[in-house]
Design a protein around this ligand. Sequence first.
Ligand SMILES: [Zn+2]
Length: 528
Amino acid sequence: MGIDRYNDPFSKSPILGVACLFQSQQLTAKAMKTAKPSDLMQFLHSIQSRLVSLLMGFLFLCTAVLGALLMGTQRLLAWLDGQHPQLALPLQRATRWFKQHPKTISLSLASLLLAGGGGAFAIANLGPDITNEPVVTLTQPLQIAAIQEQVQSLDLIKMSLMRTDSTRSSDTPESLLRRLGLVDTDAAAFLRKNPLAKQALRYANRSVTAEADGQQRLLQLSVRWLNKETDTFFQRLVIKRSAQGLEASLETSPMTTGIRMTGGTVASSLYDAADEARLPDSVVTQLTQIFSNQIDFHRTLRKGASFSVVYEVLEADGEPLRTGRVLTAEFNNGNKTYEAVWYQEPGQKGNYYSMDGKSLSRAYLASPVAFSRKTSGFAMRLHPIFQTRRAHLGVDYAAPTGTPAQTVGDGVVEFAGVQGGFGNVVIVRHGNNHSTVYAHLSKIQVRRGQSVQKGQTIGAVGSTGWSTGPHLHFEFRVNGTHVDPQKIIQQAQSTPLSPVALNRFKTTAEQARYQLLAATQMREGAVQ
Ligand SMILES: [Zn+2]
């Protein structure tokens, strides 16, 4: 290289060699300057700048065209997908190829742009050095709006803040307004003396929405509630600020139905999992009832059991006012998955079915004690009486005294009274030589010979007879001998839907499957 020509003594050192190279370049430039006239340089500069702008323009154009092309293809695909799915297939294959080789495409695109950009940069670099150009200072006065004007314009923007809360039994007008972030003595006085407002705010757990201005004064307040739990219309009290002051009016409006989906995994108890999933108790109750013919939640619920549930929520102005029916649910317990879909034949009573269209109702309930928040965490103290008994024929359900005991199936009361170690006991006779025993009751609510229906309360859990801790001793007898109730339950068959109804049901089940999938994804997403 040129270094040798100048006989540089440091050229052998790799570090100092760079300095030497720099020096040699400067020398070459100096030599050129003396050799060529400045007119030629100017001519070259003009060509260079044109080349630069041309190349840059070309690059911009390329990028724009590429972008437009990609967007167009995407739209075309979306349109084709909707209109002609068969046509979209080859195009989809192309996009799939694009997706499969993103590195190749982006690499070649990047190298193309780099090469172009590098070229442009190389030419631009040959242009005149900016440090040699004269510096021109431009002075331009800026119009800054007066502070006063700015403040006034800010005032013109209506600052309204919406907040929603619920009424509490301990509320005063002041405490409610404070919780809604309002500072408004006028409004508090109005809420205290207006009869409509007084009536509406008298009850706890009513949804209240307030709209405030920038000064935290009340612009509008609405309270929503149901007169009856089964109502489909809700009541809305609206308090509005007008030029004349605050005014109250009562309105009635239909509720809208929304759908919620959620799920949970049982770490300690079903209710803990439900709380974590923010599942209302009424939905948990429905869930345990839906599967009450399949799962004995007291005895067979396992740690790690998971559930997904899709249910209706009745909303007033977008705020949930009450929960509706569970539409579909899934329960994984142990190695078994139970699914339920709500289906109602036109003009008939609705019921829950499995995904293949089999009714979930069975002849017997899985448990004689309804699963609830109260009974779920109730553990039984083991008493010496039970330990000394040689064989314990039956299943014990620990539950607080007074918890309703329910007959697990339709039948006739065979015995209702006191019987030795059983204390207060009820025996119900069902078909097929089946009978059930409910012992240690604190209260008996049926008479001998009385017909009872599945789920009917026959008495209350207690501790009478040979028992010191409140619990229900339950036996399922076949021909007078105790058998495991779980075995009987699993044997029970159910009536399937008619072929015509089954066809209609399939559509419902398909939708339910997708909803459950979404709910499961949400559950798994919440875990991560
Ligand atoms: Zn027992």
